[in-house]
Design a protein around this ligand. Sequence first.
Ligand code: URA
Length: 433
Amino acid sequence: MRMYDIIKKKQSGEELSTEEIDFFIRGVTDGDIPDYQISALLMAIWFRGMTTRETCDLTFAVRDSGEKLDFSAIDGIRVDKHSTGGVGDKTSLVVAPIVASYGVKVAKMSGRGLGHTGGTVDKLEAIDGFRTTLSEEEFIAQVNRIGLAIVGQSRQFAPADKKLYALRDVTATVDSMPLIAASIMGKKLAADDDCIVLDVKTGSGSFMKSVKESRELARLMVDIGKSAGKKMVALITNMDRPLGHAIGNSLEVAEAVETLKGHGPEDLTSVCITLAGRMLSLAGKGTPAECEKMAERAISDGSALKKLMETVSAQGGDARLIAEPANFRKAQYAYAVKSRAEGYIAKVDTEAYGIASLLLGAGRNTAEDKIDHSAGVILRKKTGEFVKKGEEIATLYAGDPALFGAAEERLLSATVIGREKPADEPLIYDVVE
Ligand code: URA
């Protein structure tokens, strides 16, 4: 088999066979195919797409490219949740403890920030001492003992995706539906969960910009998961505005804790309750509506917050920061971004908000960059709210005041102010079962 022929075949819009896809992924994993040929095939896939059968084959080949986890030593039903990536998306920190507080096991492998989007592992590392690397034995023992553990993905896990993602990132081929589906589901299926709830973000802050595309991606990923024997559901949620008010690592942990205390922003709380409800329901705890009530109860009676504190302590983190997030180390400098016009915030470019936070030090430009965990943005006004000229719309936090200028420009040029109050948009567009 020759890589040249595979590239040519896809370039002509033909369907690749299972053997050709396996040959490609094996070559990517073993380092036998040069980057220029991998990139050429990625670009051909970006233009020509893939059938569902090809995408399933690609996903399974990515899953099988490295080690797989064996969770059979975990007692009880294992449920995971995965977001396709957003801005201000701290839902995992809220929903995982809610679900675990009902005895459903959450053995969570999370990612770091990608581009303008944040990652749960970076957020958890904002908690002093928190270990995001545990041995497999420690991980499984913790899940059995307290119901929840959250770690980063190990290097041996779906290594083909690591290579493919790095090349997609520099060849403008990230936003391809089959490539996204195979990347996300290849990694998810290498873990050994019984049920998976997908949070497919849609809008200006996500990889999928329209509800139609997001629905297609959700359908594709649900079908892939089902064909691998998993119970699946996908929610399509709004990312045309950041979720909550906080963007940046320790700021987001603090907001997640406030949400677990029952004082979180309405949008974040509502998405978390729906996600947690679906996770509990897939795990057999009741109908989605009954399980949403259970999720609300875990917040109001404090059991979910207690579960997060237990998890943080078990992984070496300072649980006093969870009890009192005001104790998080503060950024050295703060800066108020003031509106240059009067009117309603008609819409925002959420991706640019994520980039503004990244520019302040909360994210990475290259994989090697170090994150400033206290940097980021607190939004004082969100889409639909009225602002006066000169009124503060956001506070920026950074360790170097020289970073404020570029972030302020990004934020202001990403905020459209109009005379009309914009129509309310749904937070959750659809559920794909
Ligand atoms: N998240 C992933 O893991 N992969 C993608 O391709 C997009 C988002």
